[in-house]
Design a protein around this ligand. Structure first.
Ligand code: NAD
Length: 349
């Protein structure tokens, strides 16, 4: 395991390995930057092939959170944690409470919330042993709760900005959107799109989830391998990362890629490939910032639920700025966004 040499290390401030023999907890907390505030980012519960894979995932997600938080205009640096689902893993209350203790030992340098595999119920267990946690059940009209619907709202406003910029359409009404993955984020995104008059094509490895959006929003299910080559206006990746690569990009027929999955580009060059193909790519960490905006509003207790929606609506104009700068400079949108994020972090540091 070569942490400092990992391609995603990128000057991480701190990486903490957490182990507890009694509960079987194995976790890695990666703190990329605290320049803008406490390093904030969710905890992912996942099965990894080995420790290297878990470390790499924590590092690249944590670096991504620095950029995401900066671009969302939050007083948060970037961090992320993974809990490894090793063989025989049992998610006991004691394990999550022990994890909370590890988070607490960082004295607020890392603030956690849910990511893939976690839930509000699990975060409540983590919160028994640390106060540096968000994504807890909503209290009254205040910000809080599962961030996924807020993430989906942000993606929806981002898709609207993208279709306005690329297609000249004022709304998604009558357009077709292909959604890859209809879990937490994909489901609520389908709801927003359906209510706005878009037609939906979806794929998910879980057939019941496909059936639910077919029943509720009239979506058409297609095979997993068929989704990316659909002849649609927008593809919204809302499953896992690295799906835009040298193999998939030549098959794309849509004008726009705008979805919630983290780390959609397998490599930086894939942003250039999309740009060269004339496909407008909404940088993932900008368009999917709605959840962390909700988390920040909850953590700092400075907004009602209604006000959070207003803050998230700023994602649309933010993306339009990136699209315009990309068009003016000829640089791919991911390169423009990375440069903007690094500038914000550097000016705070
Ligand atoms: P989720 O686990 O609820 O949903 C993911 C869905 O994708 C599942 O239904 C799964 O069956 C499906 N899936 C997995 N592999 C697939 C494949 N090859 N093809 C089609 N479907 C597939 O997770 P989520 O919370 O909805 O998050 C989705 C993505 O959005 C993740 O990349 C996550 O990191 C990112 N994200 C989530 C949030 C949030 O608020 N939940 C915020 C920002 C980013």
């Amino acid at each position: 395991m070569a942490a400092f040499d990992d391609s995603a290390f990128d000057n991480h401030e701190r990486v903490v390995f957490c182990h507890d023999a009694n509960t079987g907890l194995k976790a890695i907390i990666a703190i990329h930057s605290t320049a803008l505030g406490p390093a904030a980012g969710g905890t992912r519960l996942w099965s990894y092939a080995n420790d290297d894979e878990a470390l790499h995932d924590a590092l690249r997600l944590s670096q991504g959170m620095s950029y995401k938080n900066a671009m969302a205009g939050l007083k948060f640096g970037g961090g992320k944690a993974v809990i490894m689902k090793s063989e025989g893993f049992v998610g006991t209350d004691a394990l999550y409470e022990r994890y909370g203790e590890f988070v607490g030992q960082l004295n607020g340098d890392y603030v956690t919330a849910e990511d893939v595999g976690m839930s509000v119920e699990i975060m409540e267990k983590v919160a028994k042993t640390t106060k540096y946690v968000a994504g807890l059940a909503q209290q009254g009209g205040q910000a809080g709760g599962d961030p996924s619907p807020k993430t989906s709202f942000g993606i929806f406003t981002g898709i609207e900005a993208a279709v306005r910029f690329k297609l000249g359409n004022e709304s998604v009404n009558g357009l077709t959107v292909a959604v890859q993955g209809v879990g937490h984020v994909g489901y609520f995104l389908c709801q927003y799109l359906h209510e706005a008059g878009a037609k939906l094509i979806v794929a998910d490895i879980d057939g019941e989830r496909v059936q639910r959006v077919a029943d509720e929003f009239g979506a058409t299910g297609v095979g997993l391998d068929e989704l990316l080559s659909q002849d649609v206006d927008v593809i919204a990746p809302c499953a896992l990362g690295a799906i835009l690569n040298e193999h998939s990009i030549p098959r794309l027929k849509s004008a726009i890629i705008a979805g919630g999955a983290n780390n959609q580009l397998e490599t930086l060059e894939d942003g250039q490939r999309l740009h060269d193909a004339g496909i407008l790519y909404a940088p993932d960490y900008v368009i999917n910032g709605g959840g962390i905006i909700n988390v920040a509003s909850e953590y700092y207790a400075d907004a009602t639920d209604e006000e959070v929606f207003d803050r998230i609506a700023a994602i649309g104009p933010r993306l339009t700025d990136i699209f315009k700068e990309s068009a003016a400079t000829g640089q791919p949108t991911n390169v423009v966004a990375d440069a903007q994020a690094r500038k914000i972090i550097a000016s705070a540091a």
